[in-house]
Design a protein around this ligand. Structure first.
Ligand SMILES: *Cc1c(COP(=O)(O)O)cnc(C)c1O
Length: 381
C-alpha cells in the first residue's frame, strides 16, 4: 500500500459488532469479564481502549512501524522515552530544539542525573564527537524548530548503531507524509500529534512509533505505568485528521514554497529559513530525506528590530498570531517571546533565535490571500 492509501486504510478495519466504518468513541474506562481474567482483550482503558487502539494501528502504519502509542500530549510521549533511561545515562540532542523538549530535558531529567549534550551545527560528525560509554540516546529534531535546520537522519543513525545507541526522531515538523525516520534507521519516532497529524488546531496529543519488539514493550510499559494516555474523543479526532494528512501536507508545501520565494525576494526581509530554498544550508539533505520541504518556515528582517517584528505580527489579518503549528489555518509566532521563551536568552542568541525572527506555519488557504497579508504587513513596517 502506498502512503495516501495507508493514511486512510492502513491497519484499519470496520468495527466488528456494527460494521461502523469509523471506530466509535468508546467512552468507557472498563470492560466486562466473563470470569476473572477471561475478557475480550480490553480490561481497563489506561492499558487499552478500542478507539485509541485504532489510532495506534494507524500511527504504526503511516510511519512504517509495528507499534504506535498515543499520548495525552507530545510532551507526554517524549517523557515516556526519557523514562526508559537510568541515572548516569547521557543523551545527545541538537541545540535547536522545541522549547518544551529543552525544558523537560534540562529541568526535569537533569535533576535525575541524566546528562544532556546539545550539539551545535547539524553535521552527523558533531553528534559522534559527544558519544561516550554512557551515551544511551540521541534525540533528533529535523527540520528543527524554529530555524528549520536539517540533520541527516540516516548518517546519525549509522553512527549510533555502530555504538549501540538508540535514536529517537521528533518528526512533528515533517509529518510522516514527508519523512519516515524508521525507514532511515531510527528506533523511535515521536510526534506532537497536536500539529499536522490532528491538523485542525482542535486538540493536544502525542505519539510514539517503533518497529522493535523489545522497545515497543518497554515504551508500552512506560505508557501504561506512567499513565499519559490519549482519551477516546481525541483519539477519534487524530485518526480522522490522519485520513486527510496527505492532501493537507501537499497543499501546505505548495503554499510554503510560494511564500518562501516571495519572502526571499522582499526588500525588508533579511534571511528566509526554509529547506526548499536552494540558499538553505540543508537543501541537499532535505531533498534526499523529505518528500517535500514541508509547511514551516521562518524569516528575519533587514532592520533586525524586535519592534518591527512585533508590528508585522500585529498587522496580520489572514494569518493568526498564535502558538502551535500544523493546522489548516496559517499561524505566525514570535519564537523569542512565545514558543521559545523557556530557553534562556543567552542560549537563544547563541542558537540564532534573534528577536526579529518570525516563524510561520503555512496553512492551506488560497496562497494569494496569505501572500497579500504578508505584503500588507511588511509594507507597514
Ligand atoms: C508542539 C511540539 C512539541 C510538544 O508537543 P505538545 O503536543 O505541545 O505536548 C514537541 N516537539 C515539537 C517539534 C513541537 O512542535
Amino acid at each position: 500500500m502506498k502512503f495516501n492509501t495507508k493514511a486512510i486504510h492502513g491497519n484499519q478495519h470496520p468495527e466488528p459488532t456494527t460494521g461502523a466504518v469509523m471506530p466509535p468513541i468508546f467512552q468507557t474506562s472498563t470492560y466486562i469479564q466473563k470470569s476473572p481474567g477471561n475478557h475480550s482483550g480490553y480490561e481497563y482503558s489506561r492499558g487499552a481502549n478500542p478507539t485509541r487502539t485504532a489510532l495506534e494501528y494507524a500511527l504504526a502504519s503511516i510511519e512504517n512501524g509495528t507499534q504506535g502509542l498515543a499520548f495525552g500530549s507530545g510532551m507526554a510521549a517524549t517523557d515516556a522515552v526519557l523514562k526508559m533511561l537510568n541515572p548516569g545515562d547521557e543523551v545527545i540532542a541538537g541545540s535547536d530544539l522545541y522549547g518544551g523538549t529543552y525544558r523537560m530535558f534540562t529541568r526535569i531529567y537533569g535533576k535525575y542525573d541524566i546528562r544532556f549534550h546539545f550539539v551545535k551545527g547539524n553535521a552527523a560528525s558533531k553528534f559522534e564527537e559527544k558519544i561516550n560509554s554512557k551515551t544511551k540516546l540521541i534525540w533528533l529534531e529535523t527540520p528543527t524548530n524554529p530555524l528549520l535546520q536539517i540533520i541527516d537522519i540516516q548518517a546519525v543513525c549509522e553512527i549510533a548503531k555502530a555504538h549501540g545507541i538508540l535514536v529517537a526522531v521528533d518528526n512533528t515538523f515533517a509529518s510522516p507524509y514527508n519523512q519516515r525516520p524508521l525507514d532511515l534507521g531510527a528506533d523511535i519516532v515521536m510526534h506532537s500529534a497536536t500539529k499536522y497529524l490532528g491538523g485542525h488546531s482542535d486538540l493536544i496529543a502525542g505519539a510514539l512509533i517503533t518497529k522493535d519488539e523489545e522497545l515497543a514493550e518497554n515504551l508500552y510499559f512506560q505508557q501504561f505505568a506512567g499513565g499519559g494516555i490519549l482519551g477516546p474523543q481525541d483519539s477519534f479526532l487524530v485518526l480522522r485528521g490522519i485520513k486527510t494528512l496527505a492532501v493537507r501536507m501537499q497543499r501546505h508545501a505548495e503554499n510554503a514554497i510560494r511564500i518562501s520565494e516571495f519572502l526571499e525576494n522582499h526588500p525588508k526581509v533579511n534571511s528566509v529559513f526554509y529547506p526548499g530554498l536552494k540558499s538553505h544550508s540543508g537543501y541537499e539533505i532535505a531533498s534526499k530525506q523529505m518528500k517535500t520541504p514541508g509547511g514551516m518556515l521562518s524569516f528575519n528582517l533587514k532592520s533586525g528590530k524586535k519592534e518591527d517584528a512585533f508590528q508585522l505580527l500585529e498587522n496580520l489579518n489572514v494569518i493568526t498570531l498564535a502558538e502551535s503549528l500544523g493546522g489548516v489555518e496559517s499561524l505566525a509566532n514570535h519564537p523569542a517571546t512565545m514558543t521559545h521563551a523557556s530557553i534562556p536568552q543567552e542560549v537563544r542568541k547563541e542558537n540564532g533565535i534573534s528577536d526579529d525572527l518570525i516563524r510561520l506555519s503555512i496553512g492551506i488557504e488560497d496562497v494569494e490571500d496569505i501572500l497579500q497579508d504578508l505584503e500588507d504587513a511588511l509594507n507597514l513596517i
